[in-house]
Design a protein around this ligand. Structure first.
Ligand code: URA
Ligand code: SF4
Length: 179
């Protein structure tokens, strides 16, 4: 099984040595919506489930507001192992993990992918800025991809709570598109 193969992966020597476990993903295998984040944080590394810390709780709340339960959504990260100190994953780590993510997407066959933050958005769209691509449905390799802000950015606040407002709008659009 793909998940078992992933759990045994040691392609990134540092991450394989420092992780508690590989965070494969969560949610139903027939989910219409797949949410893609960057990499596990401390709570995810401990529990083995993506987006269960503060960012995850915000994600769950905004999805619920839009009318979709988190349990109906599949959630994965572009990098499956926690980078020490939550540093941004290196290009090499993202490249190492890319084939796993590709296989997950092939198995999941979502109707829509929502990417949270620049890392996940660039995974699909290449080098870009979030401001240029967010809130718009892009077609990438026959897949619909809707980039938005990372919940961590929304939690940090910023000018007039812009990231929170946009994240809420974009998740509401995502729910409409898969309903
Ligand atoms: N941030 C992410 O990008 N992914 C997680 O799983 C948790 C926090
Ligand atoms: Fe393997 Fe991905 Fe973990 Fe790197 S981050 S060790 S490629 S599962």
């Amino acid at each position: 099984m793909l998940a078992d193969e992933m759990r045994a992966c040691t392609r990134c020597a540092e991450l394989a040595a420092t992780r508690t476990q590989v965070v494969v993903g969560s949610g139903p295998s027939d989910a219409r919506l797949v949410v893609v984040g960057e990499a596990p944080g401390a709570v995810e590394d401990e529990t083995g489930t993506p987006f269960v810390g503060r960012s995850g709780q915000l994600l769950d709340r905004l999805l619920a507001e839009a009318g979709l339960s988190r349990t109906d959504v599949a959630v994965i990260n572009t990098v499956k192992c926690r980078p020490p100190g939550n540093r941004v994953p290196s290009r090499a780590e993202t490249a190492n993990c890319r084939p796993w993510t590709t296989r997950q997407l092939e198995e999941l066959r979502p109707s829509l992918v929502v990417t949270l933050g620049l890392s996940a958005s660039s995974w699909f769209l290449g080098k870009t800025t979030l401001g240029a691509v967010r809130g718009i449905v892009h077609e990438v390799d026959g897949r619909r991809v809707l980039p938005t802000y990372h919940p961590a950015a929304a939690l940090r606040g910023g000018p007039r709570g812009e990231a929170m407002t946009r994240l809420r709008e974009d998740l509401a659009l995502a729910v409409r598109l898969v309903s």
